[in-house]
Design a protein around this ligand. Sequence first.
Ligand SMILES: Cc1ncc(C[n+]2csc(CCOP(=O)(O)OP(=O)(O)O)c2C)c(N)n1
Length: 398
Amino acid sequence: MAKGERGTTTRGTTTRGRTAASRRSGSTAGRPDPELIQLLTPEGDRIESVTGPDGVEYRVDFTDAEYREIYRDLVVVRKLDAEATALQRQGELGLWASLLGQEAAQVGSGRALRPQDMAFPTYREHGVLYCRGIDPIMPLGLFRGVDQGGWDPNEYKFNMYTIVIGAQTLHATGYAMGVTMDGKTGGDDSEAVIAYFGDGASSQGDVNEAFVWASVFNAPLVFFCQNNQYAISQPLERQTRIPLYQRASGFGFPGIRVDGNDVLASYAVTRAALDNARHGQGPTLIEAYTYRMGAHTTSDDPTRYRIASEVEAWQAKDPITRVRAFLERQKIADADFFAEVDEAARREAVHLRERVLSMPDPQPLSLFDHVYPGGSPELDEQRAEFGRYLESFEGSAH
Ligand SMILES: Cc1ncc(C[n+]2csc(CCOP(=O)(O)OP(=O)(O)O)c2C)c(N)n1
């Protein structure tokens, strides 16, 4: 994205007067949305390159092997997610926040990150976590309640999951400002930062404060909003009256909307925004337009607030089916390859399950171990009191 392209116009689009359904679909039925960056259609047709409303040309130049690898990522990530959901249903996890439907947004943006880039996720970014090379068992330990995350954010350049909605956008902004203050921007090997959040989070004060600070300090930061249409049961029209990406212009930086079910477009748009950030051109807001196919979490029942036809319409835009159609049509992959990927994903899921079931329960008193680096007298007192409480049970091992 050229420097001169920053500060995109709002293009005068308004959602007032449109129906809730047309607001959610993001376009007038039947017509492609001119503001949606897409490189692979739902039918699996490849669009060579596309010029966004920001005047930037978006493209990817993957080798056949890279196309196959990105397909593999999508399939494995979906399979692991389905296994985690099943484990929760069998009582092995306390809760699970499924990414079903959001694989392309996560794998596309996750693969666009360079090794030196730092990511700040929410609680649903299992696909990005996978792309960062983190063992997928890690979030399961968290949702099983036997550890508090488990990975080293500095080693993997992937921060801990954040449950407090939007808080991580401020953490990311502070971190990105630190990158600038350390004089580390301006080159190809510079660090860029990405913050993930949802459409619901866009209403939070934290996110809006992060926009202000990132903008005025020109932070090397990409705000990656996965607009999956719902904040639990609250639909998008309860969060905004304009397309979310247009919010950015009010804060003084560019916003772009990408087809979040298109892994190639998600990759291209994120790569461009990250490169702008690392070269000193400040933040970008990416709105990945997608859909949460499952429940908000395993504690939620989406049939109470959304209709089946809406889900079916999004099924036709499935992020994996279109890549497969493209690979088949272009003869980039054959039946043996697809069977091998399915089998590899199945094996990974079995392995995941075995390891979840053998995770040791933590010692109850370890709850107090990592609250403060040096402990505190008050905490010591609480630990002792909790220890006495545990010992009061018959047959206690404490
Ligand atoms: C500060 C705060 N308020 C409320 C909640 C409860 N809560 C958990 S998830 C959620 C909805 C988030 O929706 P969105 O940002 O769209 O992300 P999604 O879960 O759809 O990926 C809410 C309100 C919370 N975790 N933190």
